[in-house]
Design a protein. Structure first.
Length: 296
C-alpha cells in the first residue's frame, strides 16, 4: 500500500510515518502540511490511501477531498481528527471517508485501521477479478432469460427491509401494471389513478374500488415509513452501509432520513412526524424497474 499524509502537525506526520514503516504496512510516498500543498503532490503521485487531517488552515480535510475528487483522484481517504461532532463525521462519510483515526494518535488503532484498509483493497481486487471472469457468463444468461417484474422489484424492497410488509404486494402489482402498459413513458400517472388501477385488479363495483384504493394508499404510506425507519437504523449503525448509501438519497427525501437518524441517536422515544413522499418513492422504483426490465 502506498500512503500520503496530510497534516499541519509535523509530529503527527512523523508518528504516522514511523508506525507505517516499522509495522511493514506499506510505503509513505509523500506528505504535506496543508490541504493546498497536498493537491498537486497527491494527483501526481496517485497514492492508494491518503491520511488527512480534518482541521487545517486554508483548506480543511473535507474541502481538500472535494478538490481532489474534482481533479479525478480515486484513492481512499482516512480522516485524522480529534473532532467527535456527529454532523462533521456524517459529512466526512458523505465525501468518501473510509475510516477515522482519532487524535491523540494511538499506534494500535492506526495499525488496526490500516490493516483493514489493506484487506479491503485486496478484497476489492478479488471481487473485480471475479466479476471480470464471470462477465461473459452473466451476459449470456441475461440474454437467454428475461427477468420478470417481480424478480426485479422484490430484491429492491428486500434491500429496504419491506419485501414482506403489508403494501409490498400493492407496490408489486402497480409496477407490473406500469411496465406492461402499452405506452412505455417514464412519468407516472397521478397517485389516485395508480391506486384505483391496483384496486380494480380485485374489485369491480366502483364503490369497492374507491374504498380499496384508499386502503392501498394507506398501506403504501406505512410501507414507505417502515423503509425510512429501516434505512435510518442502518445509517446510525454504519453510514457507509451499501443499502443506506444507495437507497436513502434516491428513494426518499434525505432530510427526513437524517431527522429520523438524529432521533435514534438521541434515543428520543417521542414520535416525530416524518414526511412520506409516496410519489417520489414510486417514481424512482418505476424508473429503476423499467431500466432493469428493458436490459433483460
Amino acid at each position: 500500500m502506498r500512503y500520503f499524509i496530510v497534516d499541519d502537525d509535523a509530529a503527527s506526520r512523523k508518528m504516522l510515518e514511523k508506525i507505517i514503516t516499522e509495522g511493514n504496512l506499506g510505503d509513505v510516498i509523500g506528505e504535506a502540511e496543508s490541504g493546498v500543498q497536498s493537491l498537486q503532490r497527491i494527483t501526481s503521485t496517485n497514492p492508494d490511501v491518503v491520511l488527512i487531517d480534518l482541521l487545517m488552515p486554508e483548506l480543511d480535510g473535507i474541502e481538500t477531498i472535494e478538490q481532489l475528487r474534482l481533479q479525478g483522484f480515486e484513492g481512499q481517504f482516512i480522516m485524522i481528527s480529534q473532532v467527535v461532532n456527529k454532523e462533521m463525521v456524517g459529512e466526512a462519510y458523505e465525501k468518501g471517508i473510509e475510516f477515522f483515526i482519532h487524535k491523540p494518535i494511538n499506534r494500535i488503532e492506526v495499525r488496526s485501521i490500516l490493516k483493514k484498509v489493506a484487506e479491503q483493497y485486496r478484497l476489492k481486487d478479488s471481487i473485480m477479478a471475479i466479476r471480470q471472469s464471470l462477465a461473459h457468463f452473466e451476459s449470456v444468461e441475461t440474454t437467454q432469460r428475461k427477468r420478470s417484474v417481480k424478480e426485479i422489484v422484490l430484491p429492491i424492497l428486500n434491500a429496504m427491509g419491506i419485501a414482506g410488509e403489508a403494501g409490498s404486494e400493492d407496490v408489486l402489482t402497480m409496477m407490473e401494471l406500469l411496465i406492461h402498459r402499452t405506452n412505455n413513458v417514464e412519468q407516472l400517472p397521478s397517485l389516485k389513478e395508480l391506486y384505483e388501477a391496483v384496486a380494480r385488479q380485485t374489485k369491480e363495483a366502483e364503490t369497492e374500488v374507491l374504498k380499496e384504493s384508499k386502503a392501498i394508499e394507506q398501506r403504501i404510506r406505512r410501507l414507505i415509513l417502515t423503509a425510512i425507519n429501516n434505512l435510518a437504523a442502518l445509517g446510525v449503525i454504519d453510514y457507509t452501509n451499501p443499502e443506506f448509501e444507495y437507497y436513502a438519497p434516491r428513494y426518499f427525501d434525505f432530510q427526513e432520513i437524517r431527522s429520523r437518524m438524529k432521533q435514534m441517536e438521541e434515543n428520543d422515544e417521542l414520535p416525530i412526524k416524518v414526511k412520506v413522499n409516496s410519489k417520489k418513492f414510486l417514481q424512482v422504483l418505476y424508473l429503476e424497474t423499467m431500466e432493469n426490465y428493458n436490459k433483460a
